[in-house]
Ligand binder design. Structure first.
Ligand SMILES: Cc1cc2nc3c(=O)[nH]c(=O)nc-3n(C[C@H](O)[C@H](O)[C@H](O)COP(=O)(O)OP(=O)(O)OC[C@H]3O[C@@H](n4cnc5c(N)ncnc54)[C@H](O)[C@@H]3O)c2cc1C
Length: 445
């Protein structure tokens, strides 16, 4: 549990975000399962030597450890135990039910984590995976009953978990208001603007009690959409914007009303343009979480986004522009490359794009947009770019290679990618070959 506590001294000390060490949690989980399995198998071997296998696995009372003391003295002679069990008036009499309890809970642990935590299952049934994963609480309680001294090993992890839960419960109890909720990009994206409740009157200023960094995300719970679900969404605004926005795309995993993001999109469409839309909508917030990205520390920065993966990049780009303008960034160049399926996807971020085209800070800001999902759209033969509300774009798939190779090799050039796995994998490989630093964000745990 060390690596998955979202608020943990360990991750704070090492300066990393909890999701960056999930693989350690998975690895440790495998070790625990392996050790538990070995522990069981070793004891079954002892039962077998004493002729009480497999009966002792599930029977209460059981033979072990009150089995024949005489046979034990003769060197655990299995034949002796068999004869002892057959004696009239001799019955299993060891009343340690915690062994059977431990066996059952371990089997549940194997099944629930082994099946529901698998990537393919988790992708399709995240909530099921999440709640069933709490089987660990049962296993820990049973472990304490089964072997009281196990608290040495459990206390650190359980304390951390409890501490983390307390912080999250406290954070989640804080009330937030919806400043605005709007369906954008032809209704496929919901723009949500949030504000800590007590700060609502001063909409123009940044909520002082809420600080976040570029690239961080929030867990949102919207009871009107799904009372028991918490979903992570990146803050798409920049810290210097003084507002908190999320852009939430309906997940393409089924009918619109079967997913959280789909139902939110329906709600946003229904609320339409009414002036007080969202005022009665309750949103619970937990966060911010995630790695801290400092856009000012690189000389050359390539921001590579695919689809809704633009949200952290939008935040970084806007913040970097402000830092450049006030002379607090060392960047010579910031290049935003964004691939979208349809032009309407550009809608929610048009302000930022147009603003950067209008004032590119002496050529230090660059934008390349690719539209690759509109069949009836063809690139002009002249090689000129088409435009969407004044924003030029190319037709076709983005190839990250020339953009990465345009950077000066070295650790002061950085590639930040958020998008589909294929795009991230290509960018990762080319960045490695070209010798520039690389970071990818994935919208999946
Ligand atoms: C760190 C992070 C930042 C994200 N930022 C954005 C963003 O800015 N904009 C945006 O549109 N989307 C973002 N996402 C993706 C968004 O969280 C999922 O699309 C959403 O949770 C899907 O839930 P659903 O019920 O609508 O769809 P489902 O069909 O239930 O799920 C679709 C996918 O999302 C995963 N998922 C579902 N619930 C959760 C959960 N509670 N936690 C983690 N993964 C889950 C599923 O495993 C599946 O792969 C982000 C995800 C992560 C992990």
């Amino acid at each position: 549990m060390f690596p998955v506590a979202k608020n943990s001294v360990l991750t704070s000390v090492f300066g990393i975000a909890w999701e960056q060490v999930i693989h350690v949690h998975v690895w440790l989980g495998h070790v625990v399962l392996l050790v538990a399995a070995l522990h069981m198998v070793c004891w079954w071997r002892v039962y077998d030597e004493q002729a009480s296998f497999p009966g002792d696995i599930m029977q209460v009372p059981m033979w072990f450890p009150q089995n024949s003391p005489d046979c034990e003295q003769t060197g655990n002679n299995r034949h002796c135990f068999v004869e002892y069990h057959a004696m009239p008036g001799v019955y299993p009499n060891s009343d340690n039910f915690t062994i059977q309890l431990a066996f059952c809970s371990t089997i549940c642990l194997f099944l629930l984590t082994g099946i529901f935590a698998r990537f393919s299952v988790r992708r399709r049934n995240y909530e099921l995976f999440y709640y069933l994963h709490h089987i660990f609480l049962v296993v820990f309680i049973v472990a304490l009953l089964h072997a009281a001294s196990s608290w040495y090993f459990l206390i650190a992890g359980l304390s951390l978990w409890f501490f983390d839960r307390c912080i999250r419960t406290y954070r989640r109890s804080g009330h937030w208001d919806v400043v605005d909720i709007r369906a954008v990009a032809d209704g496929s994206v919901t723009r949500l603007e949030l504000c800590p409740a007590s700060r609502l009157p001063s909409k123009q200023s940044s909520p002082p009690s809420f600080k976040f960094c570029c690239g961080q995300y929030l867990y949102l719970n919207i009871p009107a959409v799904a009372p028991h679900e918490w979903h992570p969404f990146t803050i798409s605004s920049a810290p210097s914007d003084g507002i908190v926005t999320c852009h939430i795309k309906a997940a393409p995993t089924g009918p619109l009303d079967s997913t959280f993001t789909g139902r939110l999109a329906i709600l946003a469409r229904e609320l339409g343009d009414t002036p007080d839309r969202g005022q009665n909508l309750l949103v619970n917030v937990d966060g911010p979480y995630g790695a801290h990205v400092d856009p000012g520390q690189y000389k050359e920065l390539l921001l590579l986004a695919g689809g809704i993966g633009v949200t952290p990049i939008h935040s970084i780009f806007r913040e970097a522009k402000v830092l450049l303008r006030i002379g607090q960034a060392r960047c010579r160049k910031i290049h935003l490359v964004w691939a979208v399926m349809t032009r309407t996807m550009l809608d929610p971020f048009l302000d930022t794009l147009q603003d950067a085209l209008h004032d590119d800070l002496d050529g230090r800001l660059q934008i390349s947009i690719y539209v690759d999902g509109e069949r009836d759209l063809t690139a002009p033969v002249s090689g000129e770019k088409l435009t969407f509300h004044g924003v030029p774009f190319s037709v076709g798939r983005v190839n990250p290679e020339p953009h990465i190779k345009d950077l000066t090799p070295g650790q002061t050039s950085h590639v930040f990618v958020c998008g589909p796995p294929g795009l991230a994998a290509t960018a990762d490989l080319v960045s490695l070959q070209h010798g520039v630093s690389f970071h990818k964000e994935v919208f999946a745990f």
